[in-house]
Design a binder for this molecule. Sequence first.
Ligand SMILES: NC(=O)c1ccc[n+]([C@@H]2O[C@H](COP(=O)([O-])OP(=O)(O)OC[C@H]3O[C@@H](n4cnc5c(N)ncnc54)[C@H](OP(=O)(O)O)[C@@H]3O)[C@@H](O)[C@H]2O)c1
Length: 301
Amino acid sequence: MSIIKNVAVLGASGNFGTPITSDLLAANFNVTIITRTTSTTAHPPSIPTLRIDYDLSSLIIAFANQDAVVCVVGPGGISLQKTFVDAAVAAGVKRFLIDDFGWGLTEKGFQEFGAIHAQRREGWDYAAQKAREVGEFTWTGLSTGNPIDWAMKKFPMMGFDVKTHRAIIYDSGNERFTGTTLSGIGQAVVGTLLNPSATANRFLAVQSICTNQNELLFAFEKATGEKWEVERHTSGELIKSGKEDFKTGAGMWRLKLAVATLYYVGQSRGMVAATREESDAELLGVREESADEIVAKLLQQ
Ligand SMILES: NC(=O)c1ccc[n+]([C@@H]2O[C@H](COP(=O)([O-])OP(=O)(O)OC[C@H]3O[C@@H](n4cnc5c(N)ncnc54)[C@H](OP(=O)(O)O)[C@@H]3O)[C@@H](O)[C@H]2O)c1
């Protein structure tokens, strides 16, 4: 497959789009940001930016001369994936990175996520269908699992309140899960585009670390030089409460069940691959990071 040089990013200033875009630039790709006419998001003025309506004809024009499109729009834009794929095919784009950055095709998610997953999957399946029909068009899905540094900082429910030095440990704290840092997510995209043949038409499992809550707590206490106040909860309580919230339409069900996915005892629901060797981290050049390194980054921010 020919070399990929020109890359358009949809969702470039989002939580994940920001590190992806800066890592693509650092790796010397020619990056163009595509954004909505209605967007209020600030984009770096130094990067070429096309502000367009997200209809098929405008997208085809925007994607002209792009070798790859990275789709990293937030949940509100997921339903547009089929239109993005149609535009990419019509514009002759060679690689479309579908909007996964989660758990890929896993069957291990709680059934409450079914409708969300089905909507995401519709776009992914469509990209796969187009790749079968149009030889030049290919896709990749990056299953990065838990975005560990971003998620720990944003959601104390994950167990670590970096500001108050308090922890919530679920069950024994020994359940292992994989995480990908923001820099790992950026590198995974770069690694995909640098290895177009090996990454074509498949999901790749990405991880920076495989860890558990006890290891992370140990790292936090070591780095801060103090014992953290620990509350004990169970993943069972979290699941029960998340499922009740789902039934009543309360907003926290997603977060509760997402955290429970990591810590549900004995289920390995939070692992994108059983071992680092079984993941695609090496192929993509995603560095292994220790709990100490990740914790140090969080405490510095
Ligand atoms: N694994 C996990 O735990 C996890 C956590 C978070 C996110 N994710 C996934 O990662 C991907 C990116 O999420 P994110 O949090 O980075 O996204 P985000 O920050 O919420 O949004 C990224 C960008 O998407 C564009 N966008 C927002 N709403 C849109 C809409 N209705 N139509 C079209 N574009 C829209 C906006 O770009 P413009 O304003 O420039 O148009 C926005 O800046 C998603 O698939 C998300 O589900 C996974």
